[in-house]
Design a protein around this ligand. Structure first.
Ligand code: ADA
Length: 586
């Protein structure tokens, strides 16, 4: 199940999940091969010899992380996944990979057809005019750390190896709808009326050998939409769409998360039968920042949230829907109305669940604690630009996402770092200007980038890394923000918390005990909930998570895990759980 709703009725879509053969490539890393040889392999080049040398000794589940296999518990390096697919008629195929960690090189019948960097965004590739019969898909996956990877670095979370999210294979014709974009608008600002606008854009591609003419028709909430017609030259794509008005709309909000299907069909000229289709699920809501507060549908909100790493000892980062849903159930049970996808774009099905249950989402790009030196890595700029673009293009239709963010705790205290923050925030605004932007800062009075964002956000750990009083510290933080270009902007406490080792109880309430963790959470929540200038808070963190074993993490994190979860890695509640319930439900 790659989404929580049907994405196509006309187009044939199959999941390529299940058992794949797997070969460990201890000595071959495609990234290294490419760097060492200096050969940039392009589409269509054959790597027969390399592919033929692989020994497929394992059967692994896709989606899955190879670290779940008893022989690969800590394997860091390259591996090859192989799957045979049978096609029953001549067709073009579109292969969609929802997440491969970290780097993927994809081969179809021995020909290289795609490569992609970053575990947390999807990519797709097209193979034209495939003959009926059996074919072979090989995905060479690499989760090693090197200069080539600026964003996956040894860090305070684990980055696994494998095809961690679903794989889809679609049969497409010469013309197909690549993507749909939906942006709700409320031009009358009258949120009691059921009139809304929706800006709808469809991206259509012609992969055939001839010019193609087509018509696009859609439907939302029972209303038919004429999206226009176009003539598309060979190899071209185009965008069709308009701003549509809707009546009798129920808005999406956290208490009543009304969703609608946006169903778009593509027809040949004068044809009755659609050639292709694409379905998205959308909601009507606006997000604004006025008067130092955050509004959803014009109403001031206080975000009561937790930071969540997509990590679980049973599955690594490759979550089945049941576990995604369990996480959401726990968040809701704690009284949270928001979740932050620290520190990377999340599984789309988690976002689908958030849409359904009214859980507001701060989604951020992939970066945690990158120093100026890492930000100067020549790969940093394109790797960030790519993840930003893919995150917004792929997730923009989720009404649950109300904030985009970048670069958690990076060098925003330097002029060189500021250049990156500015460039990336401008990029995000150009992709989607319907949501406020922020980043989580730990730079205190040294912060230089608050003038660039809509919301100022602080990661401070009063009671854990220091013994400050949370109330006094957040007032100081408001002052730092005001002095640094953040005056008048809403403020979020984006991280706070402390370690609590599951089962470690201590009458002295020593640091690390569940008691002390509960005390820290309580003093922070109390301070933030009673201050009007705070528009949101995200506890660090939802669940304990594994950290990478490379230095310096084992020395910094007992049991190589970040133990600041309110539930442990297996989702067992700690003492702080009921404290969160008490404050979030008050
Ligand atoms: C940082 C960081 C988190 C985590 C946390 C901690 O603020 O953003 O990823 O490392 O600190 O546990 O110290």
């Amino acid at each position: 199940m790659h989404r929580l709703f049907e994405t196509n009725i006309v187009r044939s879509v199959q999941e390529l999940n299940g058992s794949w053969e797997f070969a460990v490539l201890r000595d071959v890393s495609p990234l290294q091969v490419r760097q060492v040889s200096g050969i940039q392999q392009g589409n269509g080049e054959s790597d027969d010899e390399l592919l033929a040398s692989f020994q497929y000794d394992y059967l692994l589940t896709v989606p899955g992380c190879w670290e779940m296999h008893p022989k690969l518990l800590t394997y860091r390096g390259a591996g090859a996944y192989r799957k045979r697919v049978t096609i029953t008629r001549q067709t073009s195929l579109r292969l969609v990979f929802k997440g491969v960690s970290h780097t993927a090189h994809v081969y179809f019948d021995g020909q290289k057809i795609a490569e992609h960097y970053n575990a947390y965004t999807e990519f797709s590739t097209i193979v034209k005019d495939v003959e009926p019969g059996a074919h072979e898909v090989v995905v060479v996956v690499d989760n090693s750390f090197s200069e080539a990877s600026a964003l996956h670095t040894p860090n305070d979370y684990y980055t696994y190896g494998g095809i961690i999210r679903p794989v889809i294979i679609e049969e497409i014709g010469d013309l197909f709808i690549e993507r749909l974009e939906f942006t709700p608008q409320k031009d009358d600002h009258n949120y009691t009326s059921d009139h809304w606008q929706g800006n709808i854009r469809a991206i259509v591609r012609n992969i055939g050998d001839q010019e193609q003419q087509f018509v696009l028709r859609g439907e939302v909430a029972g209303q038919e939409l004429n999206l226009g017609s176009a003539k598309l030259a060979v190899g071209e794509s185009c965008i069709l769409g308009d701003l549509f008005s809707f009546s009798s709309i129920k808005a999406w909000n956290a208490n009543s998360p009304q969703l609608y299907e946006l169903n778009v069909k593509l027809y040949g000229v004068d044809q009755e039968k659609p050639l292709d289709d694409l379905i998205e699920r959308v909601g009507f809501r606006t997000v604004t920042t006025n008067n130092g507060r955050i509004q959803v549908n014009g109403e001031d909100m206080v975000l009561k949230g937790l930071n969540r790493h997509e990590d679980h000892p049973l599955v690594g980062a490759a979550f089945p829907v049941a576990l995604l849903s369990q996480d959401l159930d726990l968040l809701i049970d704690m009284g949270a109305n928001a979740v932050r996808t620290s520190h990377y774009p999340n599984d789309e099905r988690f976002l689908d669940l958030c849409d359904e249950r009214g859980m507001m989402v701060w989604e951020e790009n992939h970066a945690r604690g990158l120093s100026l030196e890492v930000m100067s890595n020549p790969n940093f700029i394109w790797q960030c630009e790519q993840v930003n673009r893919e995150m917004v293009e792929q997730h923009r239709n989720h009404p649950a996402i109300i904030i985009w963010a970048i670069l958690n705790e990076c060098a925003s205290n330097t002029q060189e770092g500021r250049v990156h923050y500015k460039r990336q925030l401008e990029q995000l605004r150009s992709l989607d200007n319907s949501r406020p932007l922020t980043f989580a800062s730990h730079q205190r009075a040294q912060e230089l980038c608050f003038d660039l964002v809509d919301i100022v956000s602080f990661n401070l750990y009063p009671g854990w890394y220091g013994n400050e009083d949370p109330g006094e510290l957040c007032e100081l933080a408001r002052g730092w923000a005001d002095a640094a270009g953040g005056a008048g902007k809403p403020m979020i406490m984006s991280e706070f918390g402390g370690d609590g080792y599951y089962g470690f109880r201590s009458p002295t309430r020593v640091k690390g005990s569940e008691e002390r963790q509960a005390d820290i959470i309580e003093s922070n929540l109390k301070a933030y909930l009673e201050r009007d200038f705070i528009s949101g808070m995200f506890i660090w963190q939802f669940c304990d998570c594994r950290v990478t074993e490379e230095d310096p993490w084992p020395m910094m994190r007992s049991m190589t895990q970040n133990s600041k979860g309110i539930v442990d890695a297996y989702r067992r509640p700690k003492l702080a759980y009921s404290v969160v319930q008490q404050y979030f439900n008050a």
